[in-house]
Design a protein around this ligand. Structure first.
Ligand code: NAD
Length: 294
């Protein structure tokens, strides 16, 4: 069983850390807010005094932070993870961040002889609680093999996507597909409404035809056809529109840097930007159909 440091005990970090404790690991957590550390302590973990304490006493250090700037601060600071980790500590960042930051931090870790993986997840808070997350992992084969049992404790599907940054690249490409396809499905249902076509009929036909996709068959944005979709509970998240906007913006930043043509990704980001600005950022991202409907 490993000594694990866990930094970033929010909505995702707490349930991920609890699954590690349940599997018998010793987890010392740190967060700038006490709430997550209290939850960790009640489940048998311990609280670290700061980033340096969490990093300096662990064999594996996991982070689950809001954005790239937090990851830079926690890893690259004078009292940060890379400065304070013991030789041989494996670093795993599970936050969703920009590819550039993931590569910069991994390079700084490598310069100190520390192995690092970028390992963003999909599956949301429900997947974190159930231990069924999907991990998309970038980094060396050796580090991936070392981390594999921990990923298996917190998740169900684990894919080694390539070298440093490849996990983040996979995450933003996947979520760009998702953001675009949710708008496409929403537009189709709104058009069907205007044409007098019953939503269940459209679902029955498209879910078995070439329009089939996850946004339609697992997460249908109109109530009825898929009883488990957020549309049936007033678009209670789920995966919030604000998080979808964050990921679409990361995709656009990467597209600009890589000179990739992502015209529909840009349009989807603009639509989610306006949806979130209308005050609906905390709603499930499939609620964008309300914005499409006008
Ligand atoms: P969250 O805001 O609930 O948790 C982040 C935690 O990091 C907070 O508790 C915050 O206090 C802490 N933090 C910030 N700066 C810190 C610092 N310098 N030192 C220590 N702690 C610090 O966010 P979340 O929902 O848990 O998401 C975490 C990451 O996972 C994000 O990158 C998000 O995009 C990604 N993600 C979230 C979901 C989801 O459904 N919530 C799904 C997939 C991926």
């Amino acid at each position: 069983m490993a000594k694990i440091g866990f930094i970033g005990l929010g909505n995702m970090g707490v349930p991920m850390a609890l699954n590690l404790i349940k599997a018998g690991h010793a987890v010392a957590g740190f967060d700038v807010s006490p709430k997550g550390m209290d939850a960790l302590k009640s489940a048998g973990g311990s609280a670290a005094g700061d980033v340096a304490a969490a990093a300096g006493t662990s064999e594996v250090l996991i982070t689950m932070l809001p954005a790239g700037k937090h990851v830079r601060e926690v890893y690259l600071g004078a009292d940060g993870v890379i400065a304070k980790a013991k030789p041989g500590t494996l670093l795993i960042d599970c936050s969703t961040i920009d590819v550039e930051t993931a590569r910069v931090v991994a390079a700084a870790a490598a310069a100190k002889g520390l192995a690092m993986l970028d390992a963003p997840v999909s599956g949301g808070v429900g997947g974190a609680v159930a231990g069924t997350l999907t991990f998309m992992v970038g980094g060396s084969e050796e580090a991936f093999t070392r981390a594999a049992p921990l990923f298996a404790t917190m998740g169900k599907n684990v894919v080694h996507a390539g070298q440093a940054g490849a996990g983040q690249a996979a995450k933003i490409c996947n979520n760009m597909i998702l953001g675009i396809s949710m708008i496409a499905v929403s537009e189709a249902f709104v058009l069907a409404e205007k044409l007098g076509l019953d939503k269940q009929k459209l679902f029955d036909i498209s879910s078995k035809s070439s329009g089939q996709c996850w946004s339609l068959t697992s997460y249908c944005p109109v109530p009825g056809p898929v009883p488990t979709s957020p549309a049936n509970r007033d678009y209670l998240a789920g995966f919030t529109a604000a998080m979808m906007l964050k990921d679409l913006k990361l995709a656009q930043d990467a597209a600009r840097a890589g000179k990739a043509n992502t015209a529909l990704g840009a349009k989807a980001a603009a639509i989610y930007e306006r949806y979130v600005a209308s005050g609906e950022g905390g709603r499930d991202f499939s609620g964008v159909i309300r914005f499409v409907r006008g």
